[in-house]
Write a protein that binds this ligand. Structure first.
Ligand SMILES: Nc1ncnc2c1ncn2[C@@H]1O[C@H](COP(=O)(O)OP(=O)(O)OP(=O)(O)O)[C@@H](O)[C@H]1O
Length: 330
């Protein structure tokens, strides 16, 4: 049975900085063992929210608790529950990797006896064994990010919060960090912000999108696709009379229609995009209906899957439109 106390609980969180509201009535919760992607355009309020969750910044109002412990009244207890990797994580340039982890482990009150084997474990997990005796200031960005992650998971806290852990990394390093985060699934609760949306889609169980300090969408990537984009798209390579298509398509699904038609290639095939607001899988019925016509030729047919980037752009644009509408009314 899953633990009834969520790892992270946020209710009606508000944070104002000298008159400007950075976080405006945000509510969400994260179950134990879940990996949540925290998305939003620049300035949406992600870092502010993360700093409040980690007990480093007080909220203006609202409630935040980590594993049932309220951040407002017990920030020190909350810090013990969390491994936090802030944006542009500052690391001591002149310390060696293992020396730094030892120092941080002692600050986290790990006993000397436990600390040595645990440092070996995190060095292994973060692929840092080769550089354990290197000076941090001489490491490349990818290694430094991994030192930050190693530090965050060192004391095996139940909750890990990472602000842009893959920022500035090359695709190989991103892959390593992605696998590392995925390896925490089920063992730790992870909240991770990133602008690299394919990464989030591959790593996270659920996604929360905020814009201008408000939650504009939350759910699994599949749920968000349905909720935000609310339609299915099919792509096909077709040769034949395009004007004869609508009658065939509406017999498959009354709402199915052609949205774009490409130019025919040398063999007479053109790329077509079809869309419908219905979510039912139509591939088989479509294949059947199109193949039944002797004057139609079909070279390929596939259902197009919108990316998380499509969802993100639509959700943040939609909330921007709603807000502009409010401003016009007031
Ligand atoms: N210390 C501060 N004082 C005043 N305003 C601040 C402060 N920190 C953040 N802000 C403002 O609060 C808003 C939210 O900023 P925040 O850094 O939380 O956004 P973010 O979503 O993390 O953005 P990014 O993706 O660019 O890191 C922004 O308008 C920012 O300018």
């Amino acid at each position: 049975m899953s633990d009834p106390v969520p790892a992270i609980e946020v209710r009606h969180l508000v944070k104002s900085y000298a008159g400007a509201t950075a976080v405006n009535d945000i509510s969400f919760s994260v179950a134990r063992g879940e990996i949540l992607g925290f998305l939003g355009p620049n300035g949406a309020g992600k870092s502010t929210t993360m700093r409040i969750l980690t007990g480093y910044l007080p909220a203006t109002s609202g409630h935040v608790s980590i594993c049932g412990i309220p951040a407002a009244t017990q920030p020190d207890m909350v810090k013990r529950q969390i491994g936090y990797m802030p944006e542009n994580n500052p690391l001591p340039e002149d310390m060696r990797v293992s020396e730094y982890l030892y120092f941080r482990g002692r600050l986290k009150e790990l006993t000397r006896r436990k600390l040595s084997p645990r440092i070996d474990e995190v060095l292994e997990l973060c692929d840092l064994k080769r550089v354990r005796h290197k000076i941090i200031g001489k490491l490349s960005k990818g290694f430094r990010q991994r030192v930050g992650i190693a530090e965050a998971i060192l004391a095996e806290p139940p909750v890990i919060i990472m602000d842009e852990p893959t920022i500035g990394l090359d695709p190989h390093q991103i892959l390593i960090v992605r696998d590392l985060i995925a390896s925490l699934r089920g063992r730790m609760t992870v909240l991770i912000s990133s602008h690299i949306l394919p990464e989030i889609e591959m790593t996270c169980d659920r996604v929360l999108i905020i814009n201008q300090g408000r939650v504009v969408a939350q759910g699994t990537p599949a749920e968000l696709r349905r909720e935000i984009l609310g339609r299915s798209t099919y792509e096909l390579e077709f040769a034949g009379d395009v004007a004869a298509l609508p009658a065939v398509l509406t017999a498959v699904d009354p709402e199915l229609h052609v949205v774009t038609t490409g130019e025919p290639d040398a063999d007479g095939f053109r790329a077509l995009r079809l869309t419908t607001s219905h979510d039912t899988e139509l591939g088989e019925a479509l294949l059947h209906a199109l193949s039944a016509r002797a004057d139609f030729r079909l070279r390929s047919l596939s259902r197009a899957h919108p990316t998380l980037e499509d969802v993100f752009l639509a959700a943040t644009r939609r909330s921007w439109d709603v807000r502009s509408e409010d401003l016009r009314k007031n």
